[in-house]
Design a protein around this ligand. Structure first.
Ligand code: TYM
Length: 330
C-alpha cells in the first residue's frame, strides 16, 4: 500500500487554499492509502510566534483537519513536535544540504525579503526539515499546492543524496501529488498572488456565512469588459479560478458567456460564488464548532497520532543511524 503524507504549518486557521490544495480530496484517500496528516509546528517557529499563539494555532489546525473529514482511526493525524525523531533526521540531513542550494530556494528568498530582521537558520533549512517530515515515513505521494513544488523537489534531492552517499537504495523519492493533475494555486481575493495565511486575503474554514459573503462581495472587480471576447484581467481570472473549483461547470460557463458578450454583472457572479463556497464549507464549519468544544477528544486524537507516528518514525531513524554508521559501543 502506498503512503501519502500531507502537512500544514500551524500559523493560523486553515483557508480555502489549504483546504483545496492539500486536504479536500485527500481525505478520500484514507481508505486506500496509508495516510499521514500532520501539523508542522516546528516550521512555524521560523516566524517566532508567541507561546500562546503557537499553542492555539496547533489546536485550531487539529480541529480543522478533523472537521474536514480526517478519520484519526484510519489515518495517522499528529503534531510534528510530538515526534522528536523528525528533528534528529533533520539534523542528519542538514549535513548533506548545501548553503548555495538552500539560499537559492524561492521560499527562502521570499521570506528573507518579507522579514529582513529575522532571516534565521531555520528559514534557510526549512526544506530540509520538510524533507525529514516526508521521508521519515517513506511517503510516496505528497498532496500539496503549487507553492510547495520546489520544496518537494528538494526533498527528492536530499533523499537521493542520502542514498548515493551511503550506497543504499533506502529512501524513496516522494512525488508532489494532485490526482495526476497540475498542482493548484488558489488565488487571494485581493486580486493578485495566492491565498495565504499571512496575506489577509483568504476565506477561512472557520468563517461564518456572513463573513464569507462580505469577503467575496468585496473582492476586486471593475465595471466589466467593453469589447466582446476581451482578455480577462488577473483579478477577474482569479474569481473564475475559484469558481471552477467550487461551482458547477454550468455555472462557470454561464458567467464565462456573459463575460464574453460583455453582459456580465460582477455582483451576480460574486453572489453565486459566495453561495457555492458557503455550500462547500458549511458542513465543515458546523463540525469545527462541535469538535472545538471537545478538548478531551482532541487530546485523545493527538496522543493516538503521536504514538502511531513515532512507531513509524523511530523505525526509520534506527535504520538511518545504522546506515550512517552509528553503532553502539555498549
Ligand atoms: P502551508 O501551511 O503554507 O500550506 C499547507 C498546504 O496548503 C497548500 N496551500 C495552497 N494550495 C493551493 N492554493 C493556495 N493558495 C495555497 N496555500 C497553501 C500548500 O501548498 C500546502 O500543501 N511547508 C508547508 C508545510 C509542510 C509540509 C511538510 C507539507 C511542512 N512539512 C511536509 C507537506 C509535506 C507549508 O508551509 O504549507
Amino acid at each position: 500500500m502506498e503512503t501519502v503524507l500531507s502537512g500544514i504549518r500551524s500559523t493560523g486557521n486553515l483557508h480555502l487554499g489549504n483546504y483545496l490544495g492539500a486536504v479536500q480530496n485527500f481525505v478520500k484517500m484514507q481508505y486506500d492509502y496509508n495516510c499521514y496528516f500532520f501539523i508542522a509546528d516546528y516550521h512555524s517557529l521560523t516566524t517566532h510566534p508567541k507561546p500562546e499563539d503557537l499553542h492555539n494555532s496547533v489546536r485550531q489546525v487539529l480541529v480543522e483537519y478533523l472537521a474536514a473529514g480526517i478519520d484519526p482511526e484510519k489515518s495517522t493525524l499528529y503534531i510534528q513536535s510530538d515526534v522528536p525523531e523528525i528533528t534528529e533526521l533533520y539534523l542528519l540531513l542538514n549535513m548533506n544540504a548545501y548553503l548555495g542550494e538552500l539560499e537559492r530556494t524561492t521560499s527562502f528568498k521570499d521570506k528573507a525579503r518579507q522579514q529582513p530582521e529575522n532571516v534565521n537558520a531555520g528559514l534557510l533549512t526549512y526544506p530540509v526539515l520538510m524533507a525529514a517530515d516526508i521521508i521519515i515515513h517513506k511517503a510516496d505521494k505528497v498532496p500539496v499546492g503549487k507553492d510547495q513544488e520546489q520544496n518537494l523537489e528538494m526533498a527528492r534531492k536530499f533523499a537521493r543524496r542520502f542514498n548515493n552517499m551511503y550506497s543504499v537504495e533506502y529512501f524513496k523519492e516522494p512525488q508532489a501529488f494532485n490526482f495526476g493533475k497540475e498542482l493548484i494555486k488558489i488565488p487571494g481575493l485581493d486580486g493578485s498572488g495566492k491565498m495565504g495565511k499571512s496575506e489577509g486575503n483568504g476565506i477561512y474554514l472557520a468563517d461564518d456565512e456572513a463573513v464569507i459573503r462580505k469577503k467575496i462581495m468585496r473582492a476586486l472587480t471593475d465595471s466589466g469588459p467593453i469589447k466582446p471576447n476581451s482578455e480577462m484581467p488577473e483579478y477577474i481570472k482569479n474569481l473564475f479560478t475559484i469558481m471552477e473549483i467550487v461551482s458547477t461547470p454550468d455555472t462557470v460557463q454561464f458567467f464565462k458567456d456573459k463575460y464574453a458578450s460583455c453582459e456580465i454583472r460582477y455582483g451576480d457572479l460574486k453572489k453565486q460564488l459566495a453561495e457555492d463556497v458557503i455550500k462547500m464549507l458549511a458542513p465543515i464549519n458546523k463540525k469545527i464548532k462541535e469538535i472545538d468544544s471537545d478538548s478531551q477528544y482532541l487530546s485523545k486524537v493527538a496522543k493516538m497520532g503521536a504514538e502511531k507516528a513515532r512507531e513509524s518514525a523511530s523505525k526509520t531513524l534506527q535504520e538511518v543511524r545504522e546506515i550512517i554508521g552509528f553503532r553502539k559501543f555498549w
